[in-house]
Design a protein around this ligand. Sequence first.
Ligand SMILES: Cc1cc2nc3c(=O)[nH]c(=O)nc-3n(C[C@H](O)[C@H](O)[C@H](O)COP(=O)(O)OP(=O)(O)OC[C@H]3O[C@@H](n4cnc5c(N)ncnc54)[C@H](O)[C@@H]3O)c2cc1C
Ligand code: SF4
Length: 817
Amino acid sequence: MKADREKLIVIGNGMAGISTVEQILKLSGSYDITVFGSEPHPNYNRIMLSYVLEGSKTINDIILNDLNWYEDHGIKLYTDTTVARIDSETRRVITEDGASVPYDKVIIATGSNPLILPIPGCDKQGVVGFRNIEDCNQMIEAARSYHSAAVIGGGLLGLEAAKGLVSLGMQVTVVHLMEDLMERQLDHQAALMLKDELERQGIGFAMGKKTTELIGGKRVEGLRFSDGTELACDFVVMAAGIKPNTGVAKVSGIAVNRGIIVDDFMRTSMHHVYAVGECNEHRGICYGLVAPLFEQGNVLAKHICGVATQPYEGSVVSTKLKISGVDVFSAGEFIEGPMHTVIAAQNDWKHTYKKILLQDGKIAGAVLFGDVTEAAPLQKLVKEHALMTDDIYNEIMGGGCCGSSGAKKSLSVETMASEEIVCGCNGVTKQMIVEAITEQGLTTVEEIKACTGATRSCGGCKPVVEQILQYVLGDGFQTESKQGICGCTKLSRDEIVAEIRGKGLKTIREVMNVLEWSHPEGCSKCRPALNYYLGMVYPAEHEDEKASRFVNERLHANIQKDGTYTVVPRMYGGVTTPEDLKRIADVSLKYDVKVVKVTGGQRLDLIGVKKEDLPKVWEELDMPSGYAYAKSLRTVKTCVGSQFCRFGTQDSMAMGALLERKFERLDFPAKFKMAVNGCPRNCAESCTKDIGIVGNDGGWEIFVGGNGGIKPRIADSFCKVKTDQELVDICGAVIQLYRETGKYLERTSEWVERMGLEAIQAAVLEDEEQRMQLLERNNFALQQVEEPWSQVLRENATRRVMYGEVNGDAPHNKLEV
Ligand SMILES: Cc1cc2nc3c(=O)[nH]c(=O)nc-3n(C[C@H](O)[C@H](O)[C@H](O)COP(=O)(O)OP(=O)(O)OC[C@H]3O[C@@H](n4cnc5c(N)ncnc54)[C@H](O)[C@@H]3O)c2cc1C
Ligand code: SF4
């Protein structure tokens, strides 16, 4: 840690805390940042939990900042670690497990907790809130064993939970205290239309019901209501509201009302301590949506970095329900009072409804159901309390008939003001998007998302962002929207490799300069890819650019969620010896390894090694790296084969070990797995490997393109060979062709589909000259590789700088990794 940098501690690894950190990183490099998070995950998009529940996204899809991001920005992250209090006297933050860390500034970003109604039976098994990944997992698990669920709460969260549970096959009843759903966002008419639509989608409702008790034994069996009626169910989701999480602030003596009280710069009552997001209370309001927390985070980041900023004066929030087929929008005031003028239009045929409330002629609020195309402009008009004019009226109401867009003059992106907010969640204006497109040459929504943050949260603004893209690019939209390998270039993988070869480009910087990258430093997508392509084209000359590799590859070990690492030594063909096992046991005991796990690829994984112990562990193991972290040959799994198995026709163990020794350490576009079986019984599962080999009476059969991961694929039969030498040669040629034509991160399962099996067979099997050339290049590349662990062990400087290992000294700052 550099002495001149201030220590900033963020309590809460959620959307508000990390969005503020992202802003701080953009503005200043003057903080050493430490983040504490109670959850075991890196920062994820909590909004998207509804999609995880309904099964349209996985948890991996919703991670916003993966562990590499923290590592790459020198941020020390403690997951699974809850902060207990802040001691302002000693200026230290103290965790629940007693550790304490000094600070110069603290940001509290502890979010909210779900409100669990304090009624009898609320602690029974089968009762959950809906706030985090663990809750989501519990609901997915419950749907496997139980049939009927009750969701208490007919607000946004409750309805999204109900829809998710219905998608998981449960029978669901939403129990709501009021007569209208989402009564804090919708008027009676919109609420009725919403209920109709959700009933059509399979959700049941018990409206106007007050739950007084959860009944059953140890596990919940039903709900009892204040009118004496009951509802049977075997699972309950409490979605009755949220409570700002003020625990840390309260015990630390910081002023707290409903939330942690902050001023217009997010300062709490404690000097040098700030609060941002759902945990705070600003001018008497606690927010429960993301848009305000991003606005607060922007102000706080600027304030803390000494950049001039307007104070935060509060947010006008809008709501959008994320249930497919149900378009609902609401902003500002939505229930008419005597002071309001009401403009409304309902179309029962199209199931659309639109209402605007005016106060003193100014737009005070709006509700849309069924057609939300005017959501973005309305949000702005409400926020600005804009005066209603004929033009606005015609644009929004289209001549008064809801949905008859033929008559109305559309509020297109062309007429949108530059400063109009397009992405309400992230505060991105039309101007910011237009500038990103014109100045940085962006051509896709993905690029705009990466550059500006628009569409990154709820995704509701994606259609508007697309329209802006189309409007700015004009005729070029279709042709220009060709995807490059990342947001920094429009060039494809093949074009880049051709340019590297054609122009003789030798370094990442050279590639980026000559090929006119839009971001001079590149990004985390293109830098590792370019490093791979350069190494593949120039195996002898290319100097590996370690900084462009992912952290696991830089450190030759896999980082785990608690910050420790795993060590997998090479065991050729999955065969080991008592001597090696004894050494592994001794080292595991000496270095306090938490778990020794047998992997799916038949290797031993030592889990829980401290970074500073890695070199010593490797030294004492005295075995080569198993490359379990690399885009390289991971394992060759083998069955027992003809040495011992009575069915075996070929010596699979010996062949597996030979292939592993031959092809280890070479860089591939993605991780690569092989398997060798002694007979067609296929005990080592060749069908799900990148190259699978099956022995038969006359020789071997080779399979390619199998995958057992997230997108499983059964390998294609490639050819049959008679001799061991033929087998090794064909594997070498296929491997080299994959190395030379594969896109970085593309597994062989995708590569085979993209290239076509026949094309690969033609290149390797039919054209003997080409096969010999592939083999020659493969052998040349293999001659350049070096065992990485022993390389690190020889280099004292590397041991010190990368692993922080020097005679028991404290590890070095992560920035230097
Ligand atoms: C299912 C769901 C759907 C949603 N949909 C929408 C939507 O469509 N639109 C919208 O605008 N908003 C939506 N929200 C709300 C939105 O997710 C929140 O506004 C936002 O996540 C708040 O961010 P935050 O950082 O303040 O809190 P959080 O994201 O909750 O982060 C706080 C983090 O701090 C951690 N923490 C708490 N106490 C401690 C401690 N003492 N020590 C260490 N760590 C601690 C927590 O574990 C948590 O990880 C939704 C929320 C949910 C749950
Ligand atoms: S694949 Fe055949 S040779 Fe190998 S273990 Fe199974 S039965 Fe035996």
